[in-house]
Every structure is written in C-alpha cells, then in structure tokens.
Design a protein around this ligand. Structure first.
Ligand SMILES: Nc1ncnc2c1ncn2[C@@H]1O[C@H](COP(=O)(O)OP(=O)(O)OP(=O)(O)O)[C@@H](O)[C@H]1O
Length: 217
C-alpha cells in the first residue's frame, strides 16, 4: 500500500498510509472503534478503491474480482455471508471445491473442521451455531481455500480463550509456511502472539509504528 488516502464524505480516515507485507510476516493494525481498521482491510482486499494512492498485491492492483487474486487471498471481514441451507461441512466443501481443491477437498475440510473445534457442529446449519462458533466457521471458510495472504478483521471476536490459542497456533503455522497475514484486532495478546510488526491509527488518520509486544506464545 503506497500513499493511500481514504475517507467517506467529509471524513478522512486514512492519511498517506504506506506499508509492505512480505511472505511469512504478520502485520497487526490496531486502533479504537471507528478509526478505520476495517476500511484499511477492505482496501487491502481490493473490495474498495482508495481516493488516492495505490494498493497492489504481487505487483498488480488489488481487486477482489480478479480470479488470480481470489486464488491467493482469503479474507475474513465482519460481514461474512454463508448459505443458510447448507451445513457447516457442506458449505466448507463447496468453498474448497470452488477454489480448486479437487480430490483433496474432503480431507482439507475434515482437517479444518477439527482444527476449528467444529467437529460437533459439522452437520448443523449456520443458524444453529453460537456466535463464537459462527466466527470459527467464517475462519474455517478462509482456511479451506488456498491462501498466500490472509486478511482477518477481528478474527478473535466471540472466540473463547481456547479457540484464541488455536487461532494463534494456526496463524503461526501459516506464517511458517510462507503465508502473509494482515490482521486487525483489539486483542493485544493475540497481536503479540502472532505479529512481527504493528501499526496503530493516529487521530489524523496516519498509521504509526506500534510493536506488537510479546503476547501469549
Ligand atoms: N461505506 C461507508 N460509508 C460511510 N462511512 C463508512 C463506511 N464504512 C465505514 N464508514 C465509517 O468509517 C469509520 C471507520 O469505520 P471502520 O469500520 O473502518 O472502523 P474500525 O476501526 O474497523 O472500527 P471497529 O473497531 O469498531 O470495528 C466509521 O465511522 C464508519 O461509520
């Protein structure tokens, strides 16, 4: 992201924001409610275009409608959609198949379901999940896709302590495999456990360096 300015109406949220995220690294973005974290992630994901500046992924403009990008980037934002009439397992299988997992799809889904503590909920439809289980389900839908970059907006919300530890472990294994992670969170422990660099929103919309700390590893 280079020299990005963005806002809505009269309000400026991002002022001259630049950063680079490399393979295998995790950048955490923090700031109070309404400062612009989700907005920044939507721009990174190519769901929205900035008023000024550029957002590129592997040298190409970030664009969520670009199939090449969707084959490499998995995004969990706050407004995740799901099929109300498919079970957790059926939904994940559909996502895995749509993203080219082919014959390995069932195995990938079974592994991700177990990793996300959803084994007992695999045959339920989303309406029958608790809010924390729905969050785990949204994260699972990202993990069944091929991904070189994960963009996660407050992935910890609704998760209990055990599930947060599992999430930190999964993100660290992903990083070890070369996956880049862009994370917005209010959880300093999660930030410290998974991120190697951090940025924090200043009141003028600039992003200032904010080391993630030690967290719980
Ligand atoms: N599409 C939009 N049109 C107009 N205003 C918007 C739009 N999206 C977000 N905003 C406003 O921009 C501001 C920043 O929103 P954003 O969701 O990025 O904040 P956030 O830092 O993620 O907050 P939180 O920690 O509460 O999730 C808010 O005041 C919000 O109302």
């Amino acid at each position: 992201m280079t020299g990005v300015h963005h806002g809505y109406g009269e309000r400026t949220l991002l002022t001259d924001v630049s950063f680079t995220l490399r393979a295998g690294s995790c950048l955490v973005v923090r700031g109070g409610n309404g400062t612009g974290k989700s907005t920044l992630l939507r721009l990174a994901a190519g769901r929205e275009s900035p008023r000024a500046g550029t957002v590129t992924l592997d040298g190409r403009p970030s664009d969520e409608d670009d199939p090449r990008q969707r084959a490499r980037v998995a995004v969990v934002l706050e407004d995740d959609a799901h099929h109300p009439d498919l079970s957790v397992r059926e939904h994940l299988l559909l996502v895995a198949l749509a993203h080219g997992r082919g014959e390995s799809a069932e195995e990938v889904v079974d592994g991700v379901v177990a990793d996300h503590g959803l084994t007992g909920q695999a045959d339920l439809t989303p309406d029958h999940l608790s809010s924390g289980q729905r969050r785990a389900f949204a994260l699972a839908a990202a993990f069944v896709r091929p991904h070189r970059l994960l963009i996660l907006d407050e992935p910890e919300s609704g998760l209990d302590g055990r599930a947060r530890h599992r999430l930190a472990d999964r993100l660290n294994s992903a990083r070890a495999g070369g996956v880049a992670v862009l994370l917005a969170t209010h959880d300093d422990r999660l930030a410290g456990a998974v991120a190697d660099t951090g940025l924090r929103f200043a009141p003028d919309g600039r992003l200032l360096p904010d080391p993630p700390g030690d967290g719980v590893r």
